[in-house]
Each structure stands twice: as C-alpha cells, then as structure tokens.
Design a protein around this ligand. Structure first.
Ligand code: ADP
Ligand code: MG
Length: 505
C-alpha cells in the first residue's frame, strides 16, 4: 500500500514560484490500475516522479508499506527505485546501440543478479510482452509500439510491486495504444500500476480507477481508498537488497560501450594521445636542453677553470693604463712646450696597486669544510690544489754545463728579473689565448705566472687513491700515442687541437 499524505511541491525558477502539487493526498491499493488524467502542466509528471522517488516533496509524507520515507537515506531511495518501482516513459528511453535483450538485461545488472539468470529473466520478460522473436534487434529496428513494449519488459524484469507509466501511449497511434493498454491491464492484475495519460477514453476503458488533477490539486477520484488510521499493521522496514553493480560488471559495461562506439572511441583516444604526445615531446625537449646546458657548463669549466692564486693582479687595469698613455701622447703633439710622459709610471703603479693577496689559508678551510655550500656545486673532484712545486729536470748542455730542461743555466736566478721583463713575459702568456694555453691550464690547474716558463706540471690526480689521473683529464684528452701513465714516474706530452707542441716545451 502506498499513501500520499498532503504532499506539496514547488518549483522555483528565478523569482517565479510554480506550485506543481498543492496538498495532494491519495491512497493507492497494492493491486489496481490507476489512471491520472489532467491537462498539461497540472502536475501529473511531478506526482509520478515523487511516487517513484525520482523527485523529492517539499512537505507532507510518502508512506510506503507503512514506513514513512521522511527518514529515507540516499541508498534507501536507490534501493526503493531499483527493487520496488518499474518506470515506463513516453519516449521509451532505450539505449540505441545495444540490443533490446541487453537493454532489458541492464535493468537487472544493477540488482547484482548473475549473468545467466539475467539473460534468462530478460528473455522471459520480452516473451511476456510478445517480442520473443526480436531479442537481438536494436531499438531503431523496431516500431514505436514495439519499443514501448521493450520499455514495459524492462520495467517488469525486476518484478516490481509498482509500475509507473508517464503517457506511455502519447507517441503511439490508436491501434498500438490499445495493445499497450491491454498489456498494462495484464500487468496490473497482481501489482499497482499508475499511468498518466491525456486520453480519457483509454483511461475509462482500461483503468480500474481514474484520478483527475488540475493546477496541482485532485479534482475527482472514481474509487477513493480510505485507510483507517491505526488499523494498519505495524510497519516493517524490510531490507530491499542491493542496488549497485559489481566492479567487474561496470568494467564490462564500459568496454561494451567503447566497443559499440568505435568511431567516437578512436577519435577520443586520438585526440587524447595528441595531448599526451605533446606533453611528452615538451618534456623530452626540455630534458634534452637541460642536459645540453649541463654539458656546455662542464666543458666550459674544464676549459676555463676558476683559478685562485695566493697573489694576483688585474690584467684589465694595466691595459686601461696603456690606453690612457696614448691619449696624453696625442695632446703633446702641439710642439709648443715640454710635456711629461707618465705612461710607464701609470703602468707600474696600476700593476702594483692591482696586485691583491688572497687569504688562501682561510679559504682552504672553507673549501675543506664538508658543510660549506660550495661542496654541492663542485662535488668531491671539483677542487684541485697545486702548491708552488716546480719539477726541475736537470741535464747537461754540449759544453757540459748543468742546465734545467727548459734550457736555463743554473745560476741565472729568476728573482732578479726586472719588472719590465716580468711584464713582457706576462703579456706573452696572455696573448697565448689559443687552446694550447687553455689545455695546459687544465692539466696543471694553475697558470704559471713566474718569469721562467716551466715545462713540467703535475697531472691532476684522481679523487680516490686508486685513481692515478682525475676523470676531468681522461674525459677531456684523447691519447694520440702510448697510454695513460700507470705510475708516478711517467710523463705525458700534451698537444693542442692541431697536434702541435709549443717550441719552448
Ligand atoms: P504535467 O506532467 O501534468 O504536464 P508537470 O508535473 O510536468 O505537469 O509540471 C507541473 C508544473 O510544474 C508545470 O507548470 C511545470 O512548468 C512545472 N515544472 C515541472 N518541472 C519543473 C522543473 N523542473 N522546474 C520548474 N518548473 C517545473
Ligand atoms: Mg508530464
């Protein structure tokens, strides 16, 4: 038994309030065929939707089998819709790409019934509505009347207590309408059927009870059902059962959906993959560019290492002093007096004033500290120390005089060389801007700024004890002849890019 008690429902659209149902009360028997009649907009669909749990009421109460639905939770409504109610719509609402058997089966899928039983029950329901021969057809291969019968089969397959039909014959011709009405009359023998219709003749002829509605109010009822309060049995809140499908079922349904819409699936995945490929492309390009920048940085660092000497001077300030000297020389060309030439003094003073001393003891302490921030940038092989160690290799010249291997006779002390000589030697080394000078620098890790050229340098050792030569060296030089040294007493001759050796060497 279904009781509708003083139910009201309003629709608000903007400022406009539409009263769809106004204090409607109606009791429905467990088994009868109720036709709801009324002009368009009188609230028939709204009433049906509220009975079916598709819409909520604003006030009043809907009592199902003696239980108020006021305290229904969402899953109670789900369960109620799924197990107690069967819907038939004017526009059939069938899934176009599935066979009518699948369409009917789908109503059972949500109830958690096994696959074989689903199939069997769907087939029976279709036979019941006279479509046993058409089960493998798609909806668009059927007539309107046949489609509506599929919709009725779908409503019946769950064996619901209540069947709700909203203008089921609205889109059908009169002959077909009669067939559908006969079918619904048959269905109504052992359950409650509530049907909304425009057609008073059909209602009169087939329904067992006619309710007329206008402006959201019941105007007449051909067979009212009065319920004595308290006479009804104690309400039972029975468990209505499961109303959700298993994970496997929903996955299977999704794949079926994809399979039947091949074109759309293909297009969607194509468009999706363009996006994914685009992102992957941008990521790979940016990773590649980063790797390239890293390698450029590494190569630049090996070619132009940062060298910090205990004592150094600013080369550019000397060059500035030289340029300034020339300017004064231009002015003095007036031939009207005697002018001083301060170039040499400027050069010397700029040299002496630009000489700076570094506090290397403290700086080394900073570098050696494992917590210092420079560590994370240079790594353990990044810092290389050279001390003022000269490899003096001695030999005898043809006269039998003892000389160093650079050809300097022992005794000619480099300390006594004048400032000017120092400078010219420095100018020479700075003009050697080709790769030879740079590669020598890489090998030694220190530019020799003293006057006498020293041909022998220590090769940068590896970070670990078992590495004789640093990876920085082996990565950046190619062995032309021979092999990398395997002992501390072996020498390497360093060539430039054109396989040349400086004559001084
Ligand atoms: P019927 O089915 O009898 O033609 P309905 O129950 O569909 O009438 O509608 C009743 C009234 O409520 C109508 O005036 C309609 O415009 C209004 N109405 C129905 N549904 C909505 C909605 N979702 N939003 C706003 N107004 C609605
Ligand atoms: Mg309607």
């Amino acid at each position: 038994m279904l009781q509708i008690k003083s139910i009201s429902k309003q629709y608000k659209t903007g400022d406009f309030v539409q009263k769809a149902l106004d204090d409607v009360s109606l009791n429905l028997r467990d088994s009868e065929f109720v036709a709801i009649l009324g002009p368009s907009g009188s609230g028939k669909t709204t009433l049906l939707n509220i009975i079916g749990g598709l819409d909520r009421y604003d006030s009043g109460d809907l009592i199902i089998n003696g239980v108020s639905t006021k305290r229904y939770k969402d899953r109670d409504w789900d369960s109620y819709r799924n197990h107690t109610i069967g819907f038939v719509f004017q526009s059939y609402n069938l899934i176009p790409h599935q066979t009518i058997l699948s369409n009917v089966e789908l109503a059972l899928t949500i109830s958690g019934v096994s696959r074989t039983e689903r199939r069997e029950r769907a087939r029976k329901a279709l036979e019941q509505v006279g479509l046993g021969d058409h089960i493998n057809k798609k909806p668009n291969q059927l007539s309107g009347g046949q489609m509506q019968r599929v919709a009725i089969a779908r409503a019946l397959v769950n064996d619901p207590d209540i069947v709700l039909a909203d203008e089921p014959t609205g889109a059908l011709d009169s002959d077909t309408s009669v067939q559908i009405m006969n079918l619904l009359k048959e269905v109504a023998k052992d359950r409650l059927v509530v049907m909304v219709t425009h057609n008073p003749e059909l209602a009169e002829q087939y329904a067992t009870r006619t309710v007329r509605l206008r402006d959201g109010v019941i105007r007449s009822d051909s067979d009212p059902y009065e319920v004595e309060e308290g006479a009804s049995e104690a309400p039972v809140h029975k468990r209505l059962g499961k109303a959700s499908m298993s994970l496997a079922t929903s996955i299977a349904l999704s794949f079926n959906n994809l399979r039947t819409k091949k074109g759309r699936t293909l297009l969607t995945s194509f468009a999706g993959s363009i996006g994914i490929i685009g992102i992957a492309l941008i990521l790979s390009v940016s990773t590649g560019v980063n790797a390239y920048i890293d390698s450029i940085q590494r190569d630049t660092m090996t070619a132009y290492p940062i060298t910090i000497d205990s004592q150094t001077f600013d080369m550019t300030s000397i060059m500035g002093a030289q340029a300034g000297g020339k300017e004064t020389g231009g002015k003095s060309a007036k031939n009207d007096g005697i002018y001083p030439d301060d170039r040499s003094i400027k050069q010397t003073s700029s040299l002496t004033s630009s000489i700076t001393k570094n506090n290397l003891a403290d700086f080394k302490k900073y570098l050696d500290d494992p917590n210092s921030e420079v560590r994370q940038y240079v790594g353990e092989t990044g810092i290389q120390y050279t001390y003022d160690v000269k490899f003096s290799v001695f030999s005898h010249d043809p006269d039998g005089t003892l000389v160093t291997a650079n050809g300097v006779t022992i005794g000619a002390k480099s300390d006594s060389t004048s400032n000017a000589a120092r400078m010219s030697s420095m100018g020479q080394s700075s003009s050697m801007s080709d790769m030879t000078s740079m590669q020598m620098t890489v090998l030694t890790g220190k530019t020799d700024t003293s006057a006498s050229p020293n041909s022998f340098h220590e090769i940068m050792p590896g970070a670990k004890d078992d590495q004789l030569i640093s990876k920085v060296i082996t990565d950046n030089y190619r062995v032309v002849k021979g092999a990398w040294p395997t002992g501390k007493d072996q020498v390497v001759l360093v060539l430039d890019d054109d396989n040349k050796v400086p004559l001084t060497t």
